[in-house]
Write a protein that binds this ligand. Structure first.
Ligand SMILES: [Mg+2]
Length: 145
């Protein structure tokens, strides 16, 4: 099991000002600018989040901060939905979504976002991310923002 790295610089870089608003008009977070959209970040769990099994590079605090700043965040994993939901609840995070990996593309129908990212540690993550039209990012990688 690899040691947990400290917060990698790219993840500091993603925490920029952003705004959140769902397509249905539900205000998820106050939006200072009406015409700006949130960015959506889907996180794989195992091997990606530090709370995964095995632990990954992304501290749960990064997810919390991103959501607090208006990013739409949630998980996309092979774990059952109920397991994903329990994981978020156990960390006091109200995830915007929990989906199975092969349903990643459904997020584009549910949420209108400026950009869509999937962060994951395997070729399977890469495959489904690219197939769904998401940017694919490795847990220690750089987001193109
Ligand atoms: Mg994984």
């Amino acid at each position: 099991m690899r040691p947990l790295p400290s917060l990698p610089p790219p993840w500091e870089g993603i925490i920029l000002s952003t705004k959140g608003r769902s397509r249905e008009g539900d205000t998820l977070h106050p939006a200072p600018e009406e015409d700006s959209l949130a960015k959506l970040i889907s996180f794989d769990i195992d091997g990606t989040l530090e709370v995964g099994d095995p632990p990954g590079a992304i501290p749960i605090t990064v997810v919390r901060r991103a959501q607090g700043l208006g990013y739409l965040v949630g998980s996309c994993s092979d774990r059952p939905i109920s397991t994903q939901q329990r994981m978020w609840e156990s960390h006091d995070i109200a995830a915007d979504f929990t989906v199975l990996k092969h349903h990643l593309g459904e997020l584009k129908e549910r949420f209108q976002a400026e950009e869509y990212y999937h962060v994951g540690d395997t070729d399977t993550d890469r495959y489904y991310a690219l197939q769904a039209g998401f940017h694919f990012v490795l847990p220690g990688g750089t987001l193109p923002v």
